[in-house]
Design a protein around this ligand. Structure first.
Ligand SMILES: *Cc1c(COP(=O)(O)O)cnc(C)c1O
Length: 391
């Protein structure tokens, strides 16, 4: 018995396996005592304490560190090449845990173009928490550097590719600029996913995901995640904010998230291949002023994207029609295969007239249609778009 135990192979994550293998097998974990390939659900909120006061199971109360999170967090940490991950009840809860780890008076420098709800929350939170918030243009690295030099900055916020116009920020260059001032660099990598870019390996400090999107991938879980490159006082405050702030994910959602993540590689590679084919098919279409996709050679940051994103440019693109807002709304209404819905990163393709979702004050061009490309047969998707754009 002890001999066979000695020969137990090292866990998959400890070996140099492809992320694709690690993801498909959810790190190759086998659960005791039944040797389950699929992890059991852990709904218990509380764990037995021994007579001597210790916790032999290593857990106390599941608001702190639920065993339901372990495998999904470890898989994400491995894919991002980080030190540790934390799951949250939503992407917004993950972002909030970071913001609440800052002290009043501290400075955030953030990209102007980003997920709209998060940008609005950043502005409102900064006002209430008395943070000094400055925005840089996503395409203007010099402008970002100037803001970092202007005053000591605690946090530099990047979203790349950025909603809904898909500008790409050079993460390594941003890290280089932030290092000098000791600024923490956070990258919202929801759209890139760890399949196409690993910001921590480029020196970023924290990666954020709306796990609602590609990580889960099936439009049936709201979840968020943070991954850190190394431990430190800021990360400890973030951990405290989750455990005591209490924006924790339910165990069933965590279980579904891990199930979704097993097909992450296949899903995002197919979405990205479809998105590229659609962008190429629509580029130069007489009914469009612009196709916004980092994978097109004409995209202003295509060279950065080609260097920074490995194996694909993601599954998100936007198109702008020649007929302005009314025409874009009409084209969106004509789509049959693309579903008219917000959100992104799922197996089914979605389209939305973005400015009307973002609401008043949105910088989104009123003629912009945002497309989240799924894994359907690409010819069906191209035909759907071409028919909607016809005459
Ligand atoms: C959806 C999204 C968020 C917010 O995440 P939720 O899970 O909806 O709270 C943040 N950033 C990006 C880029 C997103 O797409």
């Amino acid at each position: 018995m002890s001999q066979s135990r000695d020969r137990t192979p090292a866990p998959l994550a400890a070996r140099a396996l492809s992320p694709r293998t690690l993801t498909a097998q959810a790190l190759g974990r086998i659960a005791e005592p039944y040797r389950d390939l699929v992890p059991p659900l852990h709904p218990s909120t509380t764990f037995e304490r021994a007579g001597d006061g210790s916790y032999p199971g290593g857990r106390l109360y599941s608001r702190d560190f639920s065993p339901a999170y372990d495998q999904a967090e470890e898989l994400l940490t491995t894919l991002e090449g980080g030190h540790q991950s934390l799951l949250f009840a939503s992407g917004m809860a993950a972002a909030t845990a970071v913001l609440q780890a800052l002290e009043p008076g501290q400075r955030i420098v953030a990209c102007r173009s980003m997920y709209w709800a998060l940008r609005n929350w950043l502005v409102a939170f900064a006002q209430q928490w008395k943070l000094d918030l400055a925005f840089y243009d996503n395409a203007d690295l010099d402008g970002m550097v100037a803001l970092l030099r202007e005053a000591p900055t605690t946090l530099l916020w990047l979203e790349t590719p950025a909603n809904p116009t898909w500008e790409v920020i050079d993460i390594a260059a941003a890290v280089g600029a932030a290092r000098a001032g000791g600024t923490t660099v956070l990258v919202d990598s929801t759209v890139a996913t760890p399949v196409f870019s690993q910001p921590l390996k480029l020196g970023a400090d924290i990666v954020m995901h709306s796990a609602t999107k590609y990580l889960n991938g099936h439009s049936d879980v709201i979840a968020g995640a943070l991954v850190c490159r190394e431990d430190g006082p800021l990360w400890q405050r973030i951990r405290r904010n989750r455990n005591l702030g209490g924006a924790v994910l339910g165990p069933f959602e965590a279980w579904l998230l891990l199930r979704g993540m097993r097909t992450l590689q296949l899903r995002v590679q197919q979405s990205a291949a479809n998105a590229l084919a659609i962008a190429q098919a629509l580029d130069g279409h007489p009914g469009l002023v612009e196709v916004l996709y980092p994978g097109l050679p004409g995209h202003p940051q295509h060279a950065i994207a080609a260097r920074q994103m490995q194996g694909g440019f993601g599954g998100m693109l936007s198109i702008r029609t020649t007929g302005g807002e009314a025409r874009s709304r009409e084209v969106t209404a004509r789509l049959q295969i693309f579903k008219r819905a917000t959100s992104l990163g799922s197996v089914e393709s979605l389209a939305e007239h973005r400015a009307s979702v973002e609401g008043p004050g949105s910088p989104c061009p009123p003629d912009l249609i945002r497309l989240s490309v799924g894994i359907e047969a690409v010819d069906d998707l191209i035909d759907d778009l071409k028919e909607a754009l016809a005459d």
